[in-house]
Design a protein around this ligand. Sequence first.
Ligand code: NAP
Length: 308
Amino acid sequence: MSLYDVTIIGGGPAGLTAGIYAARATLNTLLLEKGMPGGLAAGTEFIENYPGFAEGVGGPELMLQMDAQARRFGMKVQSDTAETIESGEDYFTINTDEGIIITKTIILATGAQPQKLDVPGEDKFHGRGVSYCATCDGAFFKDKEVAVIGGGDSAIEEALYLTKFASKVHILHRRGELRATKILQRRAIENDKIVLHWHSVVEKISGEATVNEVAIKDIRSGEIKSLAVNGIFVYVGTRPVSDLVAGLIKLDERGYIIADENMHTSRPGIFAAGDIRQKTLRQVVTAVADGAIAAVSAEKYIKSLPKR
Ligand code: NAP
């Protein structure tokens, strides 16, 4: 059993930045991460809008640097899953797969996970043509036709990335206008390999050993047509990973954590940072800002605790 000043749950940009700030303030800091540090940003091939990189930076590279930076200041990393949190007097107990952690403060940075489509064939063909990560799986679709579902920044950015491999990339979007930023929209429209299908939703994904067809419905006419594709990349938004704290702190109706501008949640000593928070802009640049503020708030909270 160990006692920490700060335990950060989740190792994406928000969690790693909280780690840099907390460890640099000489707080005894632990990061709990069940997979590889880096979060969703580590699965993004290229990040163009993170300040300081005039030519852009690879997502995995940026996240490796943040991880190394936090460790350099003394942040410890435990590859583990937090199962439950219990609130005690002036400290919290986190029960993990590996044991028990006692900590004065917690920074929740568990982020968000890809939202599923919930259509027939999606689960059956997951890993056999259905993917939620173009950076991880795009290269398997060299000279093949693929479909990307969604009209946001992720869908368009990843569709553009897939044109490096695929012979054709079909973007299926449920409305007649993309949600993505204008610069991405323009690049998609100007790309010869991209075909946009407006007002289109997926009805069914089918195939044999792997995907070979997607049935799509035009939501205006109700007409159903079939597209022959070998890959389906789903980018229809994300959902918060907040089950761990449901009932412990206030969440909004969609499950995002409600925190104030200093990252305080409804429970003193627990802070939230990054995509897990209810907020308007979910990007690396806002996640790192949240992480820094959460760490400083945790430090202030620890100073305010009665000396025992
Ligand atoms: P998003 O912005 O929420 O977009 C989700 C897209 O999926 C929307 O176009 C939505 O359609 C569509 N959609 C949702 N549910 C659907 C369903 N059941 N069937 C079909 N389509 C569905 O999500 P995101 O693109 O993952 O981006 C998440 C956040 O990360 C955003 O804040 C985004 O700006 C940010 N991000 C930024 C960058 C960047 O700046 N480079 C890159 C990636 C992500 P509607 O448009 O009709 O709602």
